[in-house]
Design a protein around this ligand. Structure first.
Ligand code: PHE
Length: 346
């Protein structure tokens, strides 16, 4: 009896196909659970003749193992199937997504380079406020009240001072305010550069912007000469642009320097042959400079009889435009990644 039943069950087990969780559970209930057919058969062992029990027990154990084997195989297949579903969303054969690193802004690159060059010459970096009083932006720098020189820089005024013009509050038009603050607080020798944002009330165009960046330099000590100014900027031009750069100084005017000079560098694009960057002159202007006016020194509490100094100021945008051949100032503030992405690794 039992042997026949076992045979039947074996065929049934071998023929059964399980492809769903529900079918697996039905299989388990029918064959494996304590109330299933196999357990039943074990129960009926008691009724078998004692001399047959051993052999029957063995047959039943084989059946039980067979059942377990099939069950394990079915459940493994089901598991594989379900994990395949989730794996199919990750295709390992697809090309790797390139690592999206950002890039430094060209103005940051140029500012850092300028700082590096001057730091090597012994300059340190000084900082100052962007919102200033008239005194620090103009007055102390030898711009007389109502003097037309103030018109050189169109100013954003924030607040009229209570009485004196020197208390008017404005957005600094140049980083020269930091010169004044440095000289007020420090005894010479002073050898600093001052990078920072400046503001001018100008219509935005390819060549002008209401916000831009400058680096100003100041060196005050006993016996600082015009030659020191020239040598410093000559060295800067060679480091910044090209080893064979030349510089030329053109007489100019700033209220806070006397004498004053505009610094030109030989065009490193056409090497003097003439191109549209240098407007066929062979030279491009990079900085304003001069010897600190004695009035400025005494305004800041430094004795002009004992000390002399030079100062210079340059626009970071201008240097970046020259260095990278950028034709429009507006690129710097538009945040267009097609523009910014070109400075990767620069
Ligand atoms: N502050 C001047 C400007 O913004 C530049 C300058 C600085 C010129 C120092 C001479 C000396 O135009």
């Amino acid at each position: 009896m039992i042997t026949e039943k076992v045979k039947e069950l074996l065929t049934e087990i071998d023929q059964s196909e399980v492809t769903t969780e529900e079918a697996l559970e039905t299989f388990r209930l029918r064959f494996i659970s304590k109330k299933g057919v196999v357990a039943d058969l074990f129960g009926s062992l008691k009724e078998a003749a004692p001399e047959d029990r051993r052999a029957l027990g063995q047959t039943l154990n084989e059946l039980k193992n067979r059942v377990q084997e099939r069950f394990d195989k079915f459940s493994m297949k089901l598991e594989e199937g379900s994990s395949n579903d989730t794996e199919s969303s990750v295709d390992l054969t697809l090309p790797v997504v390139p690592n999206q690193t950002g890039s430094l802004h060209p103005l940051t690159i140029v500012r850092r380079r300028i700082i590096e060059i001057f730091e090597r010459m012994g300059f340190n970096v000084a900082d100052g406020p962007e919102i200033e009083t008239d005194w620090y932006n103009f007055g102390a720098l030898n711009f007389p009240d109502n003097h037309p020189a103030r018109e050189m820089q169109d100013t954003f005024f924030i607040e009229k001072g209570a009485g004196d013009v020197k208390d008017d509050v404005l957005l600094r038009t140049h980083t020269s305010n930091v010169q004044v603050r440095l000289m007020e607080h420090k005894k010479p020798p002073i050898r600093s550069i001052m990078p920072g944002r400046v503001f001018r009330n100008e219509a935005i165009s390819a060549r002008a912007h209401c916000i831009f960046h400058q680096v100003e330099g100041l060196y005050v000590d006993t016996d600082v000469s015009f030659k020191d100014l020239k040598d410093t900027l000559f060295h800067f031009a060679k480091e910044m642009f090209s080893k064979d750069s030349q510089i030329r100084l053109r007489p100019s005017y700033f209220p806070f320097t006397e004498p004053s000079a505009e610094i030109d560098v030989s065009c490193f694009i056409c090497k003097g042959a003439g191109c549209n960057v240098c407007k066929y002159s062979g030279w491009v202007e990079i900085a304003g400079s001069g010897m600190v006016d004695p009035n400025v020194l005494s305004n800041c509490g430094i004795d002009p009889e004992e000390y002399t100094g030079f100062a210079f100021g340059m626009g970071i945008e201008r240097i970046a435009m020259l260095r990278y051949g950028i034709k429009d100032l507006r690129f710097f503030t538009e945040n267009d990644v097609r523009f910014l992405g070109q400075f990767k690794g620069a």
